[in-house]
Design a protein around this ligand. Structure first.
Ligand code: GLA
Length: 425
């Protein structure tokens, strides 16, 4: 047992071996991130009161449907952001980003959006929403960092927003309901970061449990956990290393295009509230009215919403073949109809499709770069990955990077000194 409080200014050898032997396998992988954050916090501010972990996410199926009232199948992963916080003895609050080696002093009573540094807005938006909802934090110090590759479609931004609001909730013992934590994080993304995202990423980051996917109905917000048994297969992501920026990209445009489609369809059938209420035949009947481009966007969404509903049966019955087939279909739709793919992602999926050891593959997340998600037979995995790396580099002149993901728990407390809580003790 680690005496008293867990982390001291330098993490001793004893502590390190304790960490290695006692943390979950996931935490073992990222312990260096946790240690880095703690050690920087110790150097700058002394002992932390609260340490939290907030993960990135994958999404098995249901892309670009969360903001269309559809169904999604995300899960938190073994890449995450760590936060260390303590109450500040002065009246000011300070946040330090280890990744950018930069800190900001903030007015926690009246947080405002900044032009620079950009990373601060993810957190300032959270603070703004908290203040607007009547939660005024005690002055605090915070250090954070993570190992989620940015721009890879793994929701590093939701991980930061959710982790920060989760951490302040712990530090102040506010007991804010989880749904509100997600909404606060999403507000920050909408209004301080500028991406009109759906709720999937925040939901996955906060609500996920180990080894299950979340099946979330983004209309009713009802959800259930579906255990994912991959048996002789593994989930592997291929990072195309094409960086997307959802702000600069056409993400918001896609959302608007869906809304335009709904507006037109509503005139014919006023009961339609979103693309969730639309069928393929209703859409086909209105093709001339909506026009080709909006038709394609809506068609993809309508098909994807229906696909996810069938896909949950595949997972429940452990029919990975059928599920994988749907992943390929989704990619086809995202690439041809929704047009959020790129040549690099298409190449990775085509190569996967041509290999019988890959059950399913598709681009994941917002698109325009980032990762593909793949279900691959374990025995054939290493050869496939090695060959693909070579082919990809030959074709595009830069490397693709594989990430081997496991499904982990959503945002959680690692240590809360004020409650004498530690998952490490
Ligand atoms: C981003 C958004 C999500 C979702 C996906 C696409 O990750 O943040 O809300 O729309 O893209 O499925």
């Amino acid at each position: 047992m680690i005496d008293g409080y867990l982390f001291k200014v330098t993490i001793s050898l004893t502590t390190q071996s304790y960490l290695v032997s006692n943390l979950s396998s996931n935490l073992k992988l990222v312990e260096s991130v946790c240690e880095r954050v703690v050690s920087k916090f110790n150097e700058l501010f002394g002992e932390a009161d609260v340490i939290t972990r907030s993960p990135g996410r994958i999404n098995l199926l249901g892309e670009h449907v969360d903001y269309n009232d559809g169904f999604v199948m995300p899960a938190a992963i073994n890449f995450s952001t760590y936060f260390c916080l303590s109450e500040s003895r002065s009246s000011t609050s300070r946040i330090y980003s280890l990744k950018y080696n930069e800190s900001i002093e903030i007015d926690s009573y009246n947080p405002q959006r900044l032009n620079k540094p950009v990373w601060a807005n993810f957190l300032l938006g959270v603070l703004r929403q908290l203040v607007d909802r009547g939660y005024n934090t005690k002055p605090f110090h915070c250090v954070f960092d993570g190992d989620i590759p940015t721009g890879a479609g793994l929701s590093s931004s939701a991980s930061v927003e959710c982790g920060f609001v989760y951490s302040l909730n712990e530090l102040n013992d506010w007991r804010i309901p989880k749904k509100d934590l997600m909404d606060i994080a999403q507000w920050s993304e909408h209004f301080y970061v500028g991406v009109k995202c759906g709720i999937m990423d925040q939901f996955a980051s906060v609500m996920s449990i180990k080894d299950s996917v979340v099946v979330l109905d983004c209309r009713s917000m009802e959800y259930r956990y579906l255990p994912l048994s991959l048996t002789e297969h593994k989930l592997v992501l291929f990072d195309s290393k094409v960086k997307h920026s959802l702000v600069d990209s056409e993400y918001n445009v896609r959302r608007e295009e869906c809304e335009q489609g709904v507006e037109i369809l509503k005139k014919i059938n006023p009961t339609i509230k979103s693309l969730r209420d639309v069928t393929e035949s209703m859409l086909a009947d209105s093709k001339a009215l909506v026009g080709n481009k909006i038709f394609d966007r809506c068609l993809y969404v309508v098909q994807e919403i229906s696909r996810v509903q069938h896909a949950t049966d595949d997972i429940a019955k452990n029919n990975l073949m059928a599920f994988g087939k749907k992943m390929f279909e989704t990619h086809e739709g995202l690439s041809k109809l929704y047009q959020v793919s790129c040549p690099e992602l298409d190449f990775l999926v085509d190569e996967a499709h041509a290999n019988p050891s890959v059950l399913g593959s598709r681009m994941m997340g917002g698109g325009f770069g980032g990762c593909t998600i793949n279900i691959i037979k374990k025995t054939a995995m290493q050869k496939f990955v090695n060959d693909l790396k070579v082919k990809y580099a030959n074709r595009f002149g830069f490397e693709m990077v594989p990430y081997y993901v496991t499904i982990e728990e959503g945002a959680h407390t690692v240590v809360n000194k004020t409650k004498n809580f530690s998952i490490l003790a």
